[in-house]
Design a protein around this ligand. Structure first.
Ligand code: SAH
Ligand code: SF4
Length: 468
């Protein structure tokens, strides 16, 4: 089935607008004031982007928004299941809502996202958290109005974790920021890395039509976007299996060619699918930041095979070298898992070696967390937690030294900063590689690009405005 164009409404979404219209008067009569919603998003940018759509529905229905649950009439937690720690935090936060619900029984409590997509979690919430009203997974976020309607009409708790991984265009969006924006180009994942829960909670991979992506990018630029992050679990496989024949490198060029002053980023790139064509497209696209997030996960080929990553370190390093050959100033960031089941000290040392060889600008490091129903959950895992923690600390130390050395080389260089905030005359924002840069400036710079000469890296990276 061809994907929908941006803004085009399917019958399913048209039906949801119908439900939203029916919910409006019910909400209006439920509260004697403009109802307020508090949304808390856990986890990755994909979730942040999903929450912008859930907020879009709530705004359409007539909700305003607040920053704390204290006075909220509706609380929505959009959850993450990638690691156990994230789940534990969500349960803690749901527990804390009990007192609000007791004081204000009209409050609506909703839980959605990757956690309740799993039956076990959904059942646990049903059993142990009776004050949670609406529970649904990532697979039904487009049907939020219908679920709200059911709750309000039947006055019964609503649980539905059907997984519909289809892409739906035409959902209203309330964007969190005007100048820093997310643009999902696909959803789901087909990779089944053995440690990862994502393919189970987000379903199979589907790409949006290129026209839909370009039309949304145009709208974002018109509305003042200065940075667009193209999002997908594996953007390098964009367009696979679609009739349009546009791959990710082509799509990048299409968005890059749009008129306007903006910066383009993308994540996440899977090393198996990262092609020379893409690296060349990065080089040729003037708006694409020369920074590649290329998660390696491990520096040991044995562990990579166990992880089902479909590449080895030779392939990974050849990508790094190729990218550096094409773009000498390119910087890299990566994700690494420490303590995968069966990982030995010699495997871990290979990870350290790889990290020293690549010299990443930044690393996102995680200790392996067993996820239910994934193959790695059942693998033998003899290394004690304390040892894994010690390896983890060792990796952080190595990366810290690399980052410090790298920062020293920045002194005297000019970087382009997209200014994000101002406090007491200090403006801070991100450079092309996503590193935080601060300098003396004024609040009117927020949302604009500023060339900054780096002066000091002793505590954070400080610079001064470059005079023309
Ligand atoms: N699709 C992206 C990101 C997936 S989740 C990718 O393939 O890179 C983000 C990161 O969380 C992963 O890259 C991995 O490093 C980490 N992660 C995923 N599952 C994990 C688990 N069970 N334990 C520890 N870290 C995990
Ligand atoms: Fe998870 Fe692997 Fe898919 Fe990334 S590529 S979401 S790590 S299964």
């Amino acid at each position: 089935m061809p994907s929908k164009l941006y803004g085009e409404q399917s019958a399913i979404i048209a039906e949801q607008y119908g439900f939203a219209d029916k919910v409006k008067p019910l909400i209006k009569s439920r509260y004697d004031h403009t109802p307020l919603a508090f949304i808390h998003t856990y986890g990755c940018q994909q979730n942040v982007s999903d929450s912008e759509k859930l907020k879009g529905w709530l705004e359409y229905i007539g909700f305003g928004f607040c920053d704390e649950p204290d006075n909220a009439d509706l609380v929505l937690f959009n959850t993450c299941a990638v690691r156990e720690h994230a789940e534990a935090r969500v349960f803690g936060n749901i527990g804390a809502l009990k007192k609000f619900k007791k004081a204000r029984p009209d409050m609506l409590i909703c839980l959605c996202g990757c956690m309740p997509q799993q039956n076990e979690i959904s059942e646990k919430v049903k059993r142990s958290y009776p004050y949670v009203d609406i529970v649904f997974g990532t697979g039904l976020r487009h049907k939020f109005p219908e679920l709200l309607y059911k709750k309000l009409i039947q006055d019964k708790r609503v649980f539905d974790n059907t997984l519909d991984a289809e892409i739906y265009e035409g959902i209203p969006v309330k964007r969190d920021g005007t100048f820093k924006t997310w643009l999902p180009i696909m959803q789901g994942c087909n990779n089944f890395c053995t440690y990862c829960v994502v393919p189970y909670v987000r379903g199979r991979e589907h790409s949006r039509a290129p026209e839909a992506v370009v039309a949304e990018a145009k709208e974002l630029i018109k509305a003042g976007a200065k940075e667009i992050m193209l999002l997908g679990q594996n953007v390098n496989s964009y367009g696979k299996g679609e009739e349009h024949g546009v791959d990710f490198a082509d799509l990048l060029k299409m968005v890059n060619d749009l008129e306007g002053e903006f910066r383009l980023r993308f994540m996440t790139s899977h090393p198996r699918d990262c092609t020379e064509k893409l690296l060349k497209a990065m080089r040729d696209c003037d708006k694409v930041c020369k920074c590649l997030h290329l998660p390696v996960q491990s520096g040991s080929d044995r562990v990579l095979a166990e992880m089902n990553r479909h590449y080895d370190t030779t392939h990974y390093l050849s990508l790094i070298d190729k990218a550096r050959e094409l773009m000498p100033d390119i910087e890299f960031t990566s994700d690494i898992i420490v303590g995968f089941p069966g990982e030995r000290r010699d495997d871990f040392e290979k990870t350290l070696e790889l990290v020293k060889r690549v010299k990443y600008r930044a690393l996102f490091t995680f200790i392996f967390s067993p996820r239910r129903n994934t193959p790695a959950e059942k693998m033998e895992d003899p290394v004690p937690k304390q040892e894994k923690s010690a390896w983890f600390t060792e990796l952080l130390k190595v990366q810290d030294e690399i980052a410090k050395e790298h920062e020293k080389t920045l002194i005297g260089k000019t970087v382009c900063v997209l200014c994000e905030e101002e406090n007491d005359g200090i403006v801070s924002g991100k450079d092309e590689a996503g590193a935080n840069i601060s300098f003396h400036g004024t609040a009117d710079m927020i949302g604009k690009f500023q060339n900054v000469v780096i002066e000091d890296v002793s505590s954070g990276i400080m610079g001064k405005i470059k005079e023309n």
